[in-house]
Design a binder for this molecule. Sequence first.
Ligand code: PLP
Length: 394
Amino acid sequence: MSLSEEQAASLSAETVVVAAGRPARERDAAVNPPIVLSSTYVGTGPLGPGDRGYGRYSNPTWDPFEEALAQLEGAALPGLLYASGLAAVSSALSLLPPQGVLVMPSHSYAGSLGMATELAERGTLELRTVDIADTDAVLAQLAPAGGRPANMLWLESPTNPMLGIADIPALTAAAHAAGALVVTDNTFSTPLVQQPLSLGSDVVLHSVTKYLSGHSDVVLGALVTSDEDLHARLLHHRTIHGGIAGPFEAWLALRGLRTLALRIERSQASAALLAERLSSHPLVQSIRYPGLASDPGHERARKQMKGFGSVLCIEMAPAAGLSGADAADRMIRALRLWLPATSLGGVESLIERRRRHTAEPTSVPDNLVRLSVGIENVEDLWADLEQALAALGG
Ligand SMILES: *Cc1c(COP(=O)(O)O)cnc(C)c1O
């Protein structure tokens, strides 16, 4: 590949997203890796490590993305692509021993929490949910007096959709002291904003569907680790459970990754400005964005993140004789530019009231609206929000 580990370590992430995972520099070589469509590979004799063998074991189209993601996360081993973020969640949870104890944020991504809850109901694991921003509460769940210590700590920071900030270095240290592995879902931040391996995590998870691909046209997931044993176990799980990426999706993800730095730079700056303006709007009851100095997670976020991400949440005040939730729905219907859709991390700005999902925990306020800020002109985004709020009498 075009970029060695040493080169990648000496370059800024803005350069690595562009330069990593390209074919070797040879005369007439393609600048971009090709899409390889083959379910099997020619060979004779026993298959060994590094042999491609069969399309479920490996595909040359996965390699450049897996290498680029590892270089961005500062991992010593290639990343592992999966069919979706949740296929990666499933693989990460397979690292738990039978009936192992899992400590998870009560406001984790709803799919991750749903999977863990089902596994707990079946007796496959013991699930302890906790407010991940409350360090003492997490410590108590990791090593309860007289109780079983945890086997795995799941981290998401900022959390979805409450945007709580975990003290990642303190929690990973406590988890390791209790003998637990740490998996961090880094979807909201991307490695450009937060590098969980350097903060002590053992495994980093991404829904590649979101920022890394960036164009709302791909569903993929990934795991990254520097631990040889964990890597081998995860690769084995992916191979025998079959949650593999399609070559075309893998190619699209790498194409999307090329502009990640520019997209993040723009969307973070816009999110900060919109958060500032929304925070003083009379129809906004409260706002969550770790970039605001008034946010409870601000100081922690400043220490462990580079920027504050591009997702913010508002709670709508009651207006026009409507409850906050109904006012939120009406405001969203009045928007012309922001797209009313779930998901986040794409070039286009998306907005949704989270409790429209029946699986969303009831601890998420029903008037909470999540905004994923895209890369459009920020004044256009603001004007659209302003006119939709004005339609409510704000
Ligand atoms: C979307 C998402 C997932 C799940 O990923 P899919 O690609 O939809 O399967 C996991 N974690 C977070 C934080 C997400 O936003």
